[in-house]
Design a protein around this ligand. Structure first.
Ligand code: UDP
Length: 377
């Protein structure tokens, strides 16, 4: 066995960033990855219709962090992509986040100014000082009718829980707009990597100090890799501790069953993402990948997303019950020397991509204060 300084479990954002950072200061890094590919859930590839598709759902990069933006630009050119989402509600198609157009369409009214929209929201929302859960968060913002039409059932399909059973922060991910802005995100930097995420990760990992071992379950080879300076674990936190606190209550994750369909037509739908917040279908949304980067093909690939509780864990489920179970694991994790838990699954946090980049970069800077390599400089 070769000498390893840094052992990393998982080749997603957190793992790749830490590998790149440590390799840059001359450390020998080994990444052990269970899947047969790098890039974690950002993994994308060219499919049989010659369309760049993501295996684990659309990934839209957006950030307000200039330093993160600068960091990712070292490894790919990016093209500007201001993501938009539309939703089929009743027999209408409306923008989400809720904006003036959404309200006008759904209520057959004619709001034209921000002030009118603010008044409409004041008249319709259910003011709550400190929303305690997802339902209260939505009621506080838009009131009961839009809650029912756009949030309640989508959330049930996505989480198998109603918004009242989730933290307010889950539903607060989506803003409400008092203007016509129909972008999904408002961040300063919104872009997609030219050539895709897999190429971006190849570039991040392109360093002779980094070795990646694919199709290897760390827990099956653990004994062989017990010598390291530091270990960074990016998998599910409960797996690391052999689910020891799960005897009565299991830490919950949501997975997605991606059902891909190919059509012999130029476009299937008018937008990259169409949400189905109603009960008429079981899937939450349909993604048509061809729209991203305006790809050209005679055919098109669409993917329907059915959220399920079994399968690979993609989402932590933020609510007080899971937080309590997580806290038990977290306090054990904190006691370990030279072992660090990083990323969405290991921290059990609903991180966006830029937060995953930032946390990994910040962790490196904190641990290696004395090194000359800092991403912000
Ligand atoms: N959501 C909803 N209706 C929608 C879109 C989102 O109720 O049309 C809620 C739902 O609970 C979802 C959450 O808002 O899980 C966050 O949505 P986001 O698009 O950020 O989810 P992601 O893209 O991470 O799956």
């Amino acid at each position: 066995m070769k000498n390893i300084d840094i052992l990393i479990i998982g080749a997603g954002i957190s793992g790749a960033v830490l590998a790149e950072r440590y390799a840059s200061i001359g450390k020998k890094v080994l990444i052990i990855e269970k899947r047969d590919h790098i890039a974690g859930n950002c993994y994308d590839y060219i499919d049989e219709n010659k369309i760049l598709v993501s295996k684990y759902g659309a990934h839209l990069f957006h950030t307000n962090e200039a330093a993160v933006w600068k960091y990712v630009n070292q490894f790919s050119d990016w093209y500007s992509w201001e993501h938009k989402v539309i939703a089929r509600v009743d027999d209408k198609t409306v923008p989400i986040p809720v904006n003036i157009t959404t309200v006008n369409e759904l209520f057959n009214i004619n709001i034209t100014t921000e002030d009118e929209m603010k008044t409409w929201l004041e008249e319709n929302r259910t003011p709550l000082e400190k929303p305690a859960n997802g339902e209260e968060a939505v009621l506080n913002r838009v009131g009961p009718v839009l809650y029912e039409k756009m949030f309640k059932h989508y959330t049930k399909k996505q989480w198998d829980k109603y918004p009242a059973e989730l933290d307010a922060s889950v539903l607060e991910r989506i803003p409400v707009r008092t203007n016509y802005d129909d972008r999904y995100f408002s961040d300063t930097y919104q872009a997609l990597p030219k050539g895709g995420y897999t190429q971006l990760f190849e570039k991040i990992l392109d360093n002779p100090n980094i070795e990646v071992l694919l199709e290897t379950d760390y827990f099956e080879v653990k004994e062989q890799y017990a010598q390291y300076e530091k270990l960074f674990y990016t998998g599910p936190v409960d797996r690391f501790f052999e689910f020891k606190h799960s005897l009565e209550e299991k830490l919950e994750y949501r997975s997605i069953n991606f059902v891909s369909e190919s059509y012999d037509t130029e476009f299937y739908q008018e937008n990259s993402v169409v949400n189905y917040p109603g009960t008429e279908v079981d899937f939450t949304r349909i993604i048509e990948y061809k729209h991203f980067g305006n790809q050209i093909s005679d055919k098109t690939t669409v993917v329907k997303e059915f959220t399920v509780d079994e399968g690979e864990p993609y989402y932590p489920v933020p609510n007080p019950k899971n937080q309590k179970i997580y806290d038990r694991y977290q306090s054990e994790a904190a006691k370990l020397i030279d072992i660090y838990f990083v990323g969405r699954l290991a921290n059990y946090k609903y991180f966006n991509m830029d937060q995953a980049f930032k946390n990994a970069l910040d962790l490196f800077d904190t641990l290696e204060k004395n090194s000359t390599s800092h991403y912000k400089t």
